[in-house]
Design a protein around this ligand. Structure first.
Ligand code: NAD
Ligand code: IPM
Ligand code: MN
Length: 343
């Protein structure tokens, strides 16, 4: 028997736990197919913080870093903690501390819609830019620093070029180097370097504002879009709108340079959705497709493809939660998908 893959489960807040609950039977299903894994639930989130004062203790971070292979994450965000301190100290700490530079957010039509279908993959840098959290407020002035470093930008762009090469699709860099001369200037320079190293990729860069307008008018020419942490966050939510909304959009982050044992975090693109939390209304598809991305990351391609296939069939048969105009609960949607998994 292979050494088990150790997966940490962090439901977090709001609908995070509701959608993660629909991923758990998928881990059990992977086991029945001979995949060796051990899943461990961890309590970090708003309730735990409010009860104990702990966000993600250092010892827990080190344990995750050194004794797990991957993390499945629900979402964080709770109105009782308006400064979002716990979200920073849990989610951003994991992304940054584990050096999960590459955040892959594929946005592909999965609902049965007439052509043209939408198929854009966003590569978002996941650790830097304004997310470095080095800002401050003083009387009459507020500052948010944005730091971009050459190793992280190069790693993100290299991953995007490799993907564009692999899928034979164009690559577009979204930037605002016309204004952010230093930070995005660095992005533009590294993009040019890599363009020369990957002559087979149809690569171009666009000002992000013009890119968004062009994308909404005609997404067809776009394939892979690379962006910094901030722009990538915005672009990926816009792309989600083309495929049914935040409830169906998946993501996975990884560390291409393998600095630690734990090299991946899979989480849906959406947040804790406080407006629908606790009502069994959340769509679990984004979480389930993120689990498929994790299976693929682990090298479990047959399980990843079977899971994506099961989602497509369930949707094609009309299984839908309320956000998609249907009536199914989170649990019923999860079951409708699992019913199409091969035994
Ligand atoms: P959100 O993604 O939580 O919700 C935006 C809208 O999308 C809401 O109307 C919500 O009901 C809907 N939605 C989200 N997920 C859905 C699902 N699975 N099924 C059906 N509908 C869904 O974004 P927000 O309202 O801006 O943020 C709420 C909280 O979540 C904030 O605290 C924010 O910081 C946090 N957040 C966390 C993450 C994360 O953990 N990765 C991501 C985004 C936002
Ligand atoms: C996301 C979220 C997070 C982000 C927030 C909750 C910090 O919007 O995962 O896309 O901005 O990265
Ligand atoms: Mn976001």
């Amino acid at each position: 028997m292979d050494k088990p893959i150790r997966i940490a489960l962090i439901p977090g807040d709001g609908v995070g736990g509701e959608v993660l609950a629909e991923a758990l039977p998928l881990l059990a299903w992977a086991k029945t197919r001979g995949r060796s894994l051990e899943a461990v639930g961890l309590p970090y989130g708003a309730d735990h913080f409010l009860a104990t004062g702990e966000t993600l203790p250092d010892a827990a971070f080190l344990d995750l870093r050194d004794r797990y292979d991957a993390i499945l994450f629900g979402a964080v965000g709770d109105q009782r903690i308006p400064d979002g301190r716990h979200a920073e100290e849990i989610l951003l700490k994991l992304r940054q501390g584990l050096e999960l530079t590459v955040n892959f957010r594929p946005c592909t039509s999965i609902l049965p819609v007439p052509p043209p279908t939408f198929d854009v993959e966003v590569f978002r840098e996941n650790t830097e830019g304004p997310y470095c959290l080095q800002g401050f407020t003083e009387p009459g002035r507020a500052v948010d620093l944005a730091i971009h470093t050459e190793p992280a930008v190069r790693r993100l762009l290299q991953a995007a070029f490799l993907r564009a090469e692999h899928v034979c699709r164009p690559l577009t860099l979204a930037h605002k180097a016309n204004v952010l001369k230093h930070g995005h200037g660095l992005w533009a320079r590294i993009f040019e370097d890599l363009r020369k190293e990957h002559p087979s990729v149809a690569a171009n860069s666009m000002h992000a504002d013009a890119l968004l307008c062009a994308l909404v008018q005609d997404p067809g020419p776009f394939g892979v879009i690379a962006a910094d942490n901030y722009l990538g966050d915005l672009i990926s939510d816009l792309c989600a709108a083309f495929i049914g909304g935040l409830g169906v959009a998946p993501s996975i982050s990884w560390a291409p340079h393998h600095p630690f044992r734990c090299t991946a975090l899979a989480e849906p693109v959406h947040g804790s959705a406080p407006d629908i939390a606790g009502q069994g209304r959340a769509n679990p598809v984004g979480m389930i497709l993120s689990t498929a991305l994790l299976f693929r990351h682990l090298g479990w391609e047959p399980e990843a493809a079977a899971l994506e296939g099961a989602v497509s069939i369930a949707l094609a048969e009309g299984a839908k939660t309320r956000d998609l105009g249907g009536t199914l609960s989170t649990a019923a949607m999860g079951k409708a998908i699992r019913d199409h998994l091969p035994r």
